[in-house]
Write a protein that binds this ligand. Sequence first.
Ligand code: IMP
Ligand code: MG
Length: 187
Amino acid sequence: MNRNSKLYEDLDQVLVTREEIARKVRELGERITEDYKGKEPVMVCILKGACMFFTDLIREIDLPLSLDFMAISSYGSATKTSGVVRVLKDLDNAIVGKDVIIVEDIVDTGVTLSYLQKMLYQRGAASLKVAALLDKAARRTVKDLKVDYVCFDIPDAFVVGYGLDYDQKYRNLPDIGVLSPRIYEKK
Ligand code: IMP
Ligand code: MG
């Protein structure tokens, strides 16, 4: 999709371009390939936000990995977290004794991730790491949350694109941009 697209008119600015994303994702894939040498990690995609990051990332990891998917909800359609995490779709396979990598779109307050980490640890994963596309560290409320791999640190702004949504829209933008507040303030 071209940047002249009408969807881009709802952005205040493009924060991370598709080229920057591709480069960082490739680097991260190479890092994970090194770090998990000799292992067969289970890559867990947190739907829906991480879908694009996930499919790009796994193609840059040169290991006999497997995939699983989990859908959770923590937002509703507002731009502020509700603090309540609901599992909408659980993993298909057991993760006992597996090296699990959770793939998330963005770590904001950290509530979602800390909940997920606790839950997956309790299921007996041998190891558990987190790869996040974006980190909005300024908004963190959960203390001592460890995010092992991050592609981009971003400021405190509501962003959409490359999988991230506002009210289920804008996920298909190939770039990541700051959504203009006029879009959610008029609601
Ligand atoms: P947390 O629990 O506050 O860390 O929120 C994590 C989830 O909220 C992410 O997985 C996203 O789905 C959503 N989220 C947080 N910030 C943004 C944003 O700027 N744009 C779109 N979704 C966001
Ligand atoms: Mg999400």
